[in-house]
Write a protein that binds this ligand. Sequence first.
Ligand SMILES: *[C@@H]1O[C@H](CO)[C@@H](O)[C@H](O)[C@H]1NC(C)=O
Ligand SMILES: *[C@@H]1O[C@H](CO)[C@@H](O)[C@H](O)[C@H]1NC(C)=O
Ligand SMILES: *[C@@H]1O[C@H](CO)[C@@H](O)[C@H](O)[C@H]1NC(C)=O
Ligand SMILES: *[C@@H]1O[C@H](CO)[C@@H](O)[C@H](O)[C@H]1NC(C)=O
Ligand SMILES: *[C@@H]1O[C@H](CO)[C@@H](O)[C@H](O)[C@H]1NC(C)=O
Length: 689
Amino acid sequence: MKCYLLVLVVAYFHCFSTETLPKLTIDEFLNSTQYKSLSLSPDADYLLVHSLRPAWESNRYKDALWLYRTESTQKKLITNQLYPNIKPKWSPSGAWIYYLVDESSQTDPVNINERSRPVKNEKYIHLYNIISEETLLIEVGNHNPLAIAWGNDDNSLYFISIASSQEDNKVNQNEWKDVVQYRQRKPTDSTTLHRIDIKNKTHKISVKITTLTNIDFLVGELLLVPAENKLVFTSVSTLVENSHDFEIYALDLRNVSLLSRLTDNKMIEQNLQLSPDGKHLFFVISPIEPTGGKYNGTQNALDSVDLTTGVTEHWGKGFNGNIMGYTIRSQGGVYILGQLGVNVQIYVQQSSSKFVMLQHGWEGTYQLISSATSPHSLSIAFAHSSFESALEVYFVEHINQLYVAKAVTCENQLLRERNLPRAKVYRWINSEDDRTIEGILHYPPEKFECKNLPLFVLIHGGPSASSLNMLIGDWYSWAPLAATEGWLVFEPNYRGSAGYGDEFLSELIGHPLSRPGRDILAGVDSLIADGIADPNRLTVGGFSYGGFLTNWLITQTTRFNAAVSGAGPVEHVSLWGLMDMPVIIASYIGGYPWEIPETYYKESIMFKLGYVQTPTHIVSGANDLRVPPSESLTLERGLHYLGVPVKLLLFPNEGHDLTINPWHGKIKVREELKWLEKYGHPSLNKTKP
Ligand SMILES: *[C@@H]1O[C@H](CO)[C@@H](O)[C@H](O)[C@H]1NC(C)=O
Ligand SMILES: *[C@@H]1O[C@H](CO)[C@@H](O)[C@H](O)[C@H]1NC(C)=O
Ligand SMILES: *[C@@H]1O[C@H](CO)[C@@H](O)[C@H](O)[C@H]1NC(C)=O
Ligand SMILES: *[C@@H]1O[C@H](CO)[C@@H](O)[C@H](O)[C@H]1NC(C)=O
Ligand SMILES: *[C@@H]1O[C@H](CO)[C@@H](O)[C@H](O)[C@H]1NC(C)=O
């Protein structure tokens, strides 16, 4: 409640004067809390919140699970060591929650490898009782759970486990020693389904674990369908080489050798939820592979499958944007988190044949929506942020009350007490094909709508993501911090971004760098023509696909005084050959290297590197599987040979998302700001063509 009142007070002051608020510092900005998942109890009395914040002293991030009372916002910490890859879930009655603890975070804080990998030392499933506030530990031996689901009642659970990597090592040890036979199946490529039964006889608790069957693949999510006596689950794979590794399956519990596949598409299915009648399974789909040789990109969408007839329905009727999430309405239909342009709003759809309707609320970005399952409750919880309002979790008793939602959390209050930059949407035209492109301008504090400002173009990753109207204090979405340091930050939603229709998304295919790159250059031209950006103080940067585009842009123009490139590829063939998602590269370029070598050449970065004059700062996670660090090493070597100022930072143990050690993200941003400051301003030494 306190948080909510303060929001109003700060907003009020904004209209008159912001000068009294102190400047935002990098330490404050990167000390923010993020929310990873929310889950309302069936009757909406409680809200589970998974929060993530840096633990600077122990060189790691801390995943915590909190239980809030929705009516009072009283909170209780359940664990400070939540295992982040399995989402805690309410039992059918709402009396229990299951969760896992990340044992490795306790024993070996500096040496956690890849958070996305299956958990290594996990031996217990934790069951927390919200009434007695006690935790029951269920020992699962050396099985590493990958997915868990509640059974018909609070006394049973199902879980799918993976063999430990020690078992992996034992296989063929005499014949093959330590030799790796690549692409040969290993014990850790398949999984086992178990059932847990809990008996509570006269205060004596006994637990029985029964192994039901083996499954031939890795499993992502698991859900019981009581009406059909089936388990449904998603198949997943660590490498995204084939879309058929990602489907939904159903297993008949009356005869576990009866496994059927429910989907057959070129999509990844995620976020499984069951309709109130228990007969329809909902899931979000994201495309991963060209369809029929010719690729048409689509944004994320929502489908459901009738579990009796197998018929699939498409949801989101009349919505042309990107579906970021959803939750089931207890009265039927769904609430959808729909991204259109830079905002993510809540939409309601009562049935698949009806059109979606916007549920009016605040501008900005709604996330992580959760609804109560009880038919008597109309409550929902969500997270929200916007340019000038930091991320918090909110609760409403009725969807019509979005404007007066009550803040449940109050972790990012400090950001509300700082002199934040103001931001607005900016539009321009790429005259090549007359497409209107949209982006965001973050003005330095006190400089809103001022002219002739030094420009930093900050390019989002994806590419099928977008820069949004939100405020999250992390090393990736750091536009407010760069603006605070005096840059006009320009975030272009270039061709290939989501939230602007499927056609806009597909228009990057065949020219994955040149088309979005020209969208960005046209945006810079437009900002200069409008007198907003100073043509002598232009800089550029981005991470992942944003690094890819940064690397391409500096081969096309010398107009940028400085570049900060993160996890950006430079060579399409090696990227396709080495990355964990080769299907996306082939999709964007429009074919494999041997099919369309001309396109690989035409869109090249390395073959045009001789043109680069822009001092470039590079960062890469040393264990990045998405964009291997070899890409950054190649770029660094090229620029070094060319005599262009270059610096490469490698972050040990980090994958693509820099989720291991918060210092890595802080040092990244700190050094990038220094680089922009050092090289970004006009220099007499530089000659412009
Ligand atoms: C980060 O936030 C925590 C919790 O609010 C606080 O105790 C700590 O001093 C902060 N650290 C920095 C570097 O600001
Ligand atoms: C077991 O049953 C007793 C009596 O019904 C109850 O008080 C207790 O909370 C139960 N324990 C668990 C772990 O379910
Ligand atoms: C289970 O299904 C399999 C495959 O259809 C069949 O061969 C087997 O007889 C069934 N078992 C039972 C107990 O019905
Ligand atoms: C791709 O989209 C275009 C235009 O929207 C359409 O004409 C074409 O048939 C689509 N191709 C495929 C393979 O879906
Ligand atoms: C100009 O170049 C000289 C020699 O390379 C260097 O010492 C100096 O720092 C440069 N000046 C600026 C403003 O970059």
